[in-house]
Design a protein around this ligand. Structure first.
Ligand SMILES: Cc1cc2nc3c(=O)[nH]c(=O)nc-3n(C[C@H](O)[C@H](O)[C@H](O)COP(=O)(O)OP(=O)(O)OC[C@H]3O[C@@H](n4cnc5c(N)ncnc54)[C@H](O)[C@@H]3O)c2cc1C
Length: 375
């Protein structure tokens, strides 16, 4: 890859690459098998400053650019998409609104989250409101001194281990969606059953219900009904981050297959010497390099303050589709060993499916890109 990196971007990449090779790669299989939140590695990632990369120094962060952040995400996802999914949730969606809109009390939880002392989650999806987020039914009754929150959420990443949630609900007296800070210790907050998943198993996910939860006034983040405006502020970055997750898992699959093609011999020579296998690698390489470059281009546009939603959607759509195609092709290279549970390729295949969903499904991104083209 010859995307021109600054000194800081290169040293960020090197630091995360070293960490992932040394600590994450050896643990990835066990994270998947146990299907438990990877607490120890999560703490180590926080010690590397990952959770604060995108926040200013005065807030406890390191004010890093989106390119550096994306490179770190790609590396974490190369090691374990489970770990990377849990860590990106903590570094972006679970903490952004606390930092951006919270008062001192709320921001104290933000600070604890940057240090990995508290875990956060975001509650948007409901049983009957997925892509159609604005049809959500969670409701906040407005009182003189605060709110009463009720509703049912699902697919909440990190919920079983969370200390707080950012919750999207509709309040009376406001048309749109409102955003609330909700500590999990409050009466009426119930974390339900964990959802068993095909992949990213170590990024634990649960249903959550809010049963008449009393919230003080300062737990409303921003203005009543302005939630979608705040969500839009961070949407492009969420999509670039998801693209980076996809590039990371695709890189792992590609590298494993390449190694295998050089070592596995059939008909007296390494299988990589056969033209059909070479062509498979050429296609994978084109996909991987293009996805990586477009993701970093979108990240650089974001750093320049000129990212368009279309760039972020293209990056996410292309990278996630490529990741799934690369995992499929890599699996063919390993043939029966790509089908064996003792080889990591089956994990990459299962994990990569997640990148087709988080940050908007491919169908929704195509519709969004079409709209941006004026259609
Ligand atoms: C591992 C994982 C972790 C997650 N973590 C979180 C989390 O932390 N917090 C959270 O709130 N949510 C989370 N989600 C939920 C995720 O955001 C939703 O799954 C996503 O928004 C899609 O919603 P849905 O699954 O209900 O699909 P649906 O919206 O029901 O869509 C089903 C299908 O219909 C298509 N479709 C829908 N509408 C249209 C349309 N208008 N035009 C064309 N096609 C359409 C979709 O593309 C899709 O193919 C997570 C999901 C997963 C898998």
């Amino acid at each position: 890859m010859n995307f021109e990196l600054t000194h800081i971007q290169q040293s960020t990449l090197d630091a995360f690459k070293g960490f992932v090779d040394r600590r994450v790669m050896p643990a990835a299989e066990s994270i998947d098998e146990k299907a438990e939140f990877p607490r120890e590695l999560f703490k180590e990632v926080s010690e590397m400053g990952f959770f604060g990369m995108r926040y200013p120094e005065e807030a406890g962060g390191s004010n890093m650019d989106v390119v550096s952040y994306s490179l770190a995400v790609m590396e974490l996802a190369r090691g374990s998409l489970s770990l990377a999914a849990a860590c990106t949730m903590q570094s972006l969606m679970a903490t952004y609104f606390l930092y951006r809109l919270g008062d001192d009390e709320v921001r104290s939880h933000f600070s604890a989250a940057l240090k990995g002392e508290e875990v956060g989650g975001i509650c948007m999806t409901e049983p009957n409101a997925g892509t159609d987020l604005f049809s959500l039914k969670s409701h906040a009754q407005v009182l003189d001194d605060g709110f009463v929150l009720s509703g049912q959420k699902t697919w909440v990443t990190s919920a079983p281990v969370a200390h707080f949630f950012t919750v999207l609900a509709k309040a009376d007296k406001a048309e749109g969606i409102s955003i609330f800070f909700v500590p999990t210790t409050l009466d009426g907050v119930n974390v339900g059953r964990s959802i068993e998943k095909l992949g990213v198993k170590g990024s634990v996910t649960s249903e959550v219900s809010f049963d008449n939860v009393r919230l003080p006034k300062n737990y409303l983040l921003g203005e009543l009904g302005d939630g979608s405006k705040y969500l839009r502020e961070v949407l492009a970055e969420i999509r670039i981050m998801t693209a980076a997750l996809a590039v990371g898992v695709a890189t792992a699959a590609f590298e494993d297959a390449l190694q295998y093609a050089k070592e596995r011999e059939q008909f007296g020579k390494p299988i990589g010497k056969f033209q059909a296998v070479k062509m498979n690698f050429a296609e994978m390489s084109v996909q991987l390099e293009t996805a990586r470059h477009y993701t970093l281009y979108a990240a650089a546009q974001s750093d320049a303050g000129s990212v368009e939603q279309k760039d972020a959607m293209i990056a996410k759509l292309y990278a996630s589709e490529c990741a799934n195609s690369i995992c499929d092709k890599a699996s063919r290279v390993l043939a029966s060993y790509g089908y064996a549970m003792e080889y990591p390729l089956q994990r990459y295949l299962r994990d990569a499916r997640f990148t087709l969903i988080g940050g908007g499904t491919s169908e929704i991104l195509k519709i969004g890109i079409g709209k941006e083209l004026g259609l």
